[in-house]
Design a protein around this ligand. Structure first.
Ligand code: NAP
Length: 250
């Protein structure tokens, strides 16, 4: 069982060594690096969930079948894995085309199902288990694009803004049971998701390390790179990034 200590800011400090971590989309990209980071931090058990459990090959990780858009799958895993103390909602998709594209409804629905509704139902389903196990934590992998839209990925930004609101709502509703809710924002990472984009990117292993550092310190938000810091700092500017992007597009 996870030992929860209350520090002076009254934030729970996670003991990663005693933790049982459940990661969605753990077969590749950031999810794989989060699984490695969990093992490196000494997690007692790591469940690596993926649509195809055979694609979870990291030694020490227990493969679990889970498509986060399938509500039956979510019901099954939340029923079965009663030892979980840290849920990491990492699985995500991006669709391009924008809000006015012919297929925008289909694209936006797919992003909302994967990036928002899946994490919502997993958090709801695992909440009683986290409570029974001492509080634990939920980590939601968000994005700098929760605070900034840049054109082709506008429907993705819609989903990440909603996932940010989900994170903030969960933090309120789970406060009484002592569950730490950590929102992790980052810019572009070197994963398959950004394979076609030529721009500065951070390494997913560095982002994963920062997320586990933040978890261990009981933090509720982590900004994993410089771009994300800049965008968040600029939210109070006269022309924040989310408005400047429209001026640049004019
Ligand atoms: N890459 C970036 O620049 C960036 C920046 C900010 C935030 N993020 C966020 O970081 C997270 C991880 O992304 P990534 O960069 O590692 O992307 P990635 O390399 O494309 O990996 C996406 C992961 O999500 C899984 N996934 C997608 N749909 C799923 C579903 N319905 N059920 C279960 N698993 C599903 C994929 O599994 P399959 O192998 O089965 O497809 C894969 O494991 C996402 O939430 C993403 O939005 C990424």
């Amino acid at each position: 069982m996870t030992v929860v200590i209350i520090n002076q800011q009254r934030k729970p400090i996670m003991n990663i060594k005693d933790s049982v971590v459940f990661i969605t989309g753990a077969n590749r990209g950031l999810g794989l690096q989060l699984a490695k980071a969990a093992l490196a931090a000494g997690a007692k058990r790591v469940y690596g969930a993926a649509r195809d459990p055979k694609s979870v090959t990291l030694p020490g990780v227990i493969p679990v079948q889970l498509d986060v858009t399938r509500h039956d799958d979510i019901a099954a895993v939340t029923r079965e894995f009663r030892d979980v103390t840290i849920l990491i909602n990492n699985a995500g998709i991006v669709r391009t085309g924008g809000i006015l594209a012919d297929n925008a409804l289909e694209q936006a629905r797919a992003e909302m199902e994967t990036n928002v509704i899946g994490p919502m139902l997993l958090s709801k389903g695992f909440a009683p288990t986290l409570q029974t196990n001492g509080g634990g934590a939920i980590v939601n992998i968000l994005s700098v694009l929760a605070w900034y839209s840049q054109g082709p990925t506008n429907t993705y930004s819609m989903s990440k803004s909603a996932a940010w609101a989900l994170t903030n709502g969960l933090r309120i509703e789970l406060a009484a049971q002592g569950t730490l809710v950590l929102g992790a924002h980052m810019g572009y990472m070197e994963t398959d998701m950004t394979a076609g984009y030529d721009m500065p990117k951070v390494k997913p292993e560095d982002v994963a390390a920062k997320i586990f550092e933040a978890l261990a310190a009981g933090k509720e938000e982590v900004l994993a790179d410089e771009l994300t810091h800049q965008v968040k700092l600029g939210i109070n500017a006269d022309v924040p990034a989310y408005i400047a992007a429209a001026h640049a597009a004019a």
